[in-house]
Write a protein that binds this ligand. Structure first.
Ligand code: FAD
Length: 283
């Protein structure tokens, strides 16, 4: 059964780039930068993966043509990671060739824990060749992040730090929120110390306030990092942070394959389920 897009509208900017562009322009007009994400994951055939690479390349070129203040985020399983490592690498490098040519930036989103090691391996190979044109995401809830964060920070990697969105077992990830927040803060401190421009991705007031206090106390200037949030969540907070002089970026997903992303957003917060239910029953 195909669910109507109206359900996902709160979190997804459109079913194609044309529908997403006005939302990007509106946020850009408020001095908020964007990361565009063409939704989809776990592609299992080469034809679809090849088409996806072409769509991502087209997206990079469209951003330039439309004069948008945006970079892009991708998922390696969209580029064929489930099919073959070398094939996925070839696709990633093809995309990064264009990113370098356009002086653009591609962030590799972090997926479920089955993909963590292989994503970091591929990122390291890409970083060696493409440097500032590629970045990665680290999830604070993973136990292994206590090793990954220092190692990647030491390399000078561009890191988005988030809590982590996938359901993971206890042996792999911290399960309770106060401990996840503490890990997040510890990793953010390392990023502030070792990297040039940390990306703090959270809607959590406690972490936003902590970041503001920590950076003020340690003389880390507002231009040296950015806050990131997801499209449809806490736009008022984003606008306020921007007015206060912080760099801000909204992750704007679009595309027809919105269901897995939408489901993660629903499961994250019961208020989101309530919001969608009331939308469904409204005329
Ligand atoms: C830009 C960006 C990129 C991301 N990329 C990835 C990725 O690559 N891989 C991945 O696994 N995950 C990613 N995530 C998702 C992330 O891992 C979390 O699942 C998600 O952000 C929820 O955690 P949170 O810290 O935002 O706050 P939550 O844990 O959702 O909320 C914590 C607290 O924040 C406050 N809060 C949150 N939302 C609201 C609201 N709407 N109104 C009022 N208070 C609120 C409440 O006090 C709440 O209890 C990304 C998130 C962002 C923002």
């Amino acid at each position: 059964m195909k669910l109507p897009f109206a359900l996902a509208k709160r979190f997804v900017a459109g079913e194609d780039l044309k529908q997403a562009i006005p939302k990007v322009e509106d946020l850009n007009s408020k001095d908020i930068k964007i990361t565009l994400d063409l939704l989809g994951e776990n592609v299992t055939d080469r034809e679809t993966a090849d088409e996806t690479v072409d769509e991502y390349i087209e997206l990079l070129r469209s951003i330039e043509k439309a004069g948008l203040g945006s970079t892009i985020s991708i998922k390696l399983t969209m580029l064929g990671l489930d099919i073959d490592y070398d094939y996925c690498k070839q696709n990633l490098f093809k995309l990064l060739d264009v990113a370098r040519e356009e002086d653009q930036f591609v962030r590799i989103d972090m997926e479920g824990s089955d993909y963590t090691q292989v994503t970091i391996d591929l990122f390291k190979e890409a970083f060696k060749k493409y440097g500032k044109h590629v970045g990665i995401v680290i999830q604070a809830y993973l136990h292994r992040s206590k090793n990954d964060i220092p190692e990647l920070a030491e390399m000078g990697a561009d890191i988005r730090l988030c809590k982590g969105a996938y359901k993971e077992p206890e042996r792999i990830a911290i399960q309770n929120m106060p401990a996840i927040r503490e890990a997040f803060k510890e990793y953010a401190k390392i990023l502030f110390e070792k990297t040039t421009y940390p990306r703090i991705a959270t809607h959590d007031d406690e972490l936003v306030e902590w970041t503001k206090e920590y950076t003020t106390e340690n003389n880390i200037g507002k231009p040296r990092f950015e806050f990131q949030m997801l499209y449809g969540l806490r736009q008022d907070t984003m606008e306020e942070l921007t007015r206060e002089g912080y760099n801000t970026r909204v992750y704007v997903p679009y595309g027809t394959m919105w269901f897995p992303y939408f489901k993660r957003r629903l499961l994250e917060r019961k208020e989101n389920i309530w919001f969608i239910l009331t939308t469904m029953f409204k005329k």
